[in-house]
Design a protein around this ligand. Sequence first.
Ligand code: GLC
Length: 424
Amino acid sequence: MSRTEQDRWRDLRADVVALYRANRRQGYAPWCDAEFDYVCPSADTYPFQWFWDSCFHAIVLSHFDGERAEAELRTLLTNQRADGFIPHVTYWTAAQPPSGPYQVAGSSPWQSASMQPPVLAEAVDAVATRGRGVAYLREVLPAVRRYYDWCDRVRDPDRDGLIAIVEPHESGMDQTPAYDAYLGVSGDDPAAFEAAWRPVAEANALAGHQAERIFAADRFVVEDVAVNVLYAENQRVLARLLGEAGEAGEDEGAALLTERADRTVASLLRRCWDPSDQDFHGLAGRAEERLPGDTVAGLLPILLYDVPSEIVGRIARRLADPNDFGTRFPVPSVSRRSPAYRSAPVGGTVLWRGPSWVGTNWYIARGLRRHGAEALATRIETASLELVRRSGFREHYDAETGHGYGARGFSWSALVLEMAGASP
Ligand code: GLC
């Protein structure tokens, strides 16, 4: 790093430390008799603990405060159910009324009954690597293992290695146009999405949030590409961590997780990749109907080491093409080729329909590096840093102008710290 780069990195780190101080939430929750200490996604819009956000926050914290990084994940694991499930939101300080908005539909007023992209193993990896190493791994891996066993046992009823989500927000990419036709919704009107989501949430609530009953009803069941790429990657990471922790019996665990990851990747390539349009597609319902592509989810497979070079080449070309994903401020969440593409959000809370997000940029840049596409990776990292410099830590950004939208002081956008060369 040159001197100016070092200064810039120090400034960025100071901004991130300040943001994580402001968004820190600490206290005691009588409803579960536990202390909590986590970073909320945004003080105004998202004051509670969200699953994949929290994993990203732990990764960011691991760069400057190992104790808080551990506390973030400890807090996330506090209310893990005995069967391994971890909810997508924990409302630490404010019980949600049963008739609250659809996102909170859950069997408890304090927690949702949904999952989110399973990125826990990566967070544990970062916290262990920059912190207490094997000692930390030995403490947390049993819980982490239980979580991935839950994913496998409960969310993969057809045993193809792909896990299924049962509500749109479980993908973490809430209003992605990939689900439009399946949900019978189109356009940018938040009320239309609310109307399309509500019956799904109500049916799931009526089914007691029991996965088997939800699968039997076959109302909204999606083997989502992004969720499964992250599932595959995290199973691989967990397999490695189990090996590193080196406890008796864990070799078997590592082998099992590797086998499961292989199956997930094989199914992504066999069932979700369509050679005719050269894109990945989510699969809907028992009939596994192919959902539309042209979203950022179809680029995420570049994260996987075992994706064939033709697919890597295709994804790299799409990222470089200004008429596809190569906008001035990449990576748009939807391709410019798609009629659903809007560079900026149109309808307030309607998300993931074009603007760029730091979280997906972080994955794509890492994936490009894994496959030797350094220049393209640098372009995405530089653009991400510029977004934050120009517009601050926002939830998402106009893919063409870089203008920031959505939540302010949005914690996961601090992942730019990783992209600024902070990672080992
Ligand atoms: C939005 C995003 C989701 C995120 C949540 C909290 O719902 O789509 O991915 O976890 O906000 O930041």
